[in-house]
Ligand binder design. Structure first.
Ligand SMILES: NC(=O)C1=CN([C@@H]2O[C@H](COP(=O)(O)OP(=O)(O)OC[C@H]3O[C@@H](n4cnc5c(N)ncnc54)[C@H](O)[C@@H]3O)[C@@H](O)[C@H]2O)C=CC1
Ligand SMILES: CC(=O)[C@H](N)C(=O)O
Length: 359
């Protein structure tokens, strides 16, 4: 009898917890930490997450000082991904459930400073992964087409293929993909990743990549009607507009775990070269737009990347469905940036954006 009552109490206890867990999970949105949130993608991602889950549920973080407008809308904290304890404290203090890990050193910046690239992209990722493991967090950490290398097939590059990149960035991203898969397999970490193409955004400046020209070209067109490109005229690369990138990232982040047949997905939207984008700018903005080509070390990086990527799995598993092609991207960038450059007080961009573009 006593044993029965104890068993019933235990069952009731377990049931109550199960109900509470269900209620809990449906009653409140996830609390999300975004690292590197002052970068090119972070600003837009934080705004999107806050619209969806509420400002207070999304903790923005970086090692840089935010502009006043980047402080509004929800918490912002200093978080150096090289400091495990500091990351853990944020996770505990804010009750974090999911991490969107955007801190990184991109391809060109990584070749300029390999030691920094290795520490942020490898040591920093290891810390994030360990925090995710130790606190049961869902972790979305993007990879890149830069994870492919010179011996990878360049057209319709599949999810699974030769991966022998020759940049610090690419090597560190392959490491990230494999370590994430290992932690998922071994410790059950809910690790998710997508290999972005070059991302084009008018919201914030790019942070040291090989595809940065495809953002810079619009600022230069509106400011001076001319641009000097650091890639060759025919450097054809996969690209996507920020809206498609963020929608896709949210789709993967929120997808039920059981629909995911793999941990890392190619995502492709369109491909264009500098000359093709210059033609679009002439068509949509000014026939006099002038471009000259002075390829530098970034051309050698671009030479190792795919021209197009196959993304069937992302489309069928969780609904990747980009809508912006090359002409749509050009139109959207010009539409967004025209009013900025037409500012009556002569001020063009916010101070941090101007400072970053001037670097
Ligand atoms: N922007 C693009 O075209 C693409 C981006 N990706 C990936 O998307 C993610 C976000 O990229 P972006 O926003 O473009 O990068 P970004 O370079 O614009 O921003 C990276 C951010 O990381 C921060 N950071 C650097 N060191 C840090 C540290 N020790 N601790 C904390 N934060 C630190 C920087 O302050 C910066 O705000 C990265 O993983 C990148 O590899 C992948 C492919 C294309
Ligand atoms: C494609 C990327 O990962 C990034 N934009 C870069 O050029 O480094």
């Amino acid at each position: 009898m006593v044993i029965q009552r104890t068993a019933l109490r235990t069952m009731a206890h377990v049931h109550a917890h199960a109900v509470a867990r269900r209620l809990y999970s449906t009653a409140r949105p996830p609390r999300v930490l975004v690292t590197g949130s002052l970068g090119q993608l972070g600003t837009t991602m934080v705004n999107t997450l806050r619209t969806k889950f509420g400002g207070e549920n999304v903790v923005a973080s970086d090692i840089k000082k935010p502009a006043p407008e980047q402080r509004s809308g929800g918490p912002f904290v200093y978080a150096d991904v090289l400091n495990y304890r500091a990351l853990e404290q944020i996770v505990v203090d804010y009750g974090i459930d999911w991490v969107v890990h955007f801190s990184a050193v991109l391809s060109a910046a990584g070749e300029r400073n390999p030691a920094l690239g290795l520490s942020v992209n490898i040591d920093g990722f290891r810390n994030i992964l360990d925090v995710a493991k130790n606190h049961g967090l869902r972790l979305l950490s993007p990879s890149t087409m830069g994870a492919f290398g010179p011996s990878t097939p360049k057209d319709d590059t599949p999810d699974l293929t030769v991966m022998r990149p020759n940049t610090i960035y690419g090597i560190s991203k392959v490491h990230m993909e494999l370590l994430g898969e290992y932690y998922a397999e071994k410790y059950g970490v809910d690790f998710r990743s997508l290999r972005y193409p070059g991302i084009i955004s008018a919201d914030s400046p790019p942070g040291g990549g090989t595809t940065d020209y495809a953002v810079d070209i619009f600022h230069a067109a509106l400011k001076n009607n001319r641009y000097t490109c650091f890639l060759k005229h025919d450097a054809l690369l996969p690209m996507a507009f920020i809206d498609d990138c963020i929608v896709g990232t949210m789709q993967l982040l929120e997808a039920p775990r059981d629909v995911l047949t793999q941990r890392v997905y190619n995502v492709h939207a369109c491909s264009f070269s500098p000359a093709q984008m210059a033609d679009e700018i002439r068509r949509l903005h000014s026939p006099e737009f002038a471009i000259e080509y002075c390829p530098d070390f970034r051309q050698a990086i671009a030479d190792t990347w795919p021209r197009t990527m196959a993304d069937h799995a992302a489309r069928s598993d969780w609904g990747w469905n980009p809508v912006f092609g090359t002409a749509d991207i050009a139109r959207a960038m010009l539409d967004k940036l025209r009013p900025v450059y037409a500012a009556p007080n002569g001020r063009t961009l916010s101070a941090p954006v101007e400072a970053a573009l001037a670097q």
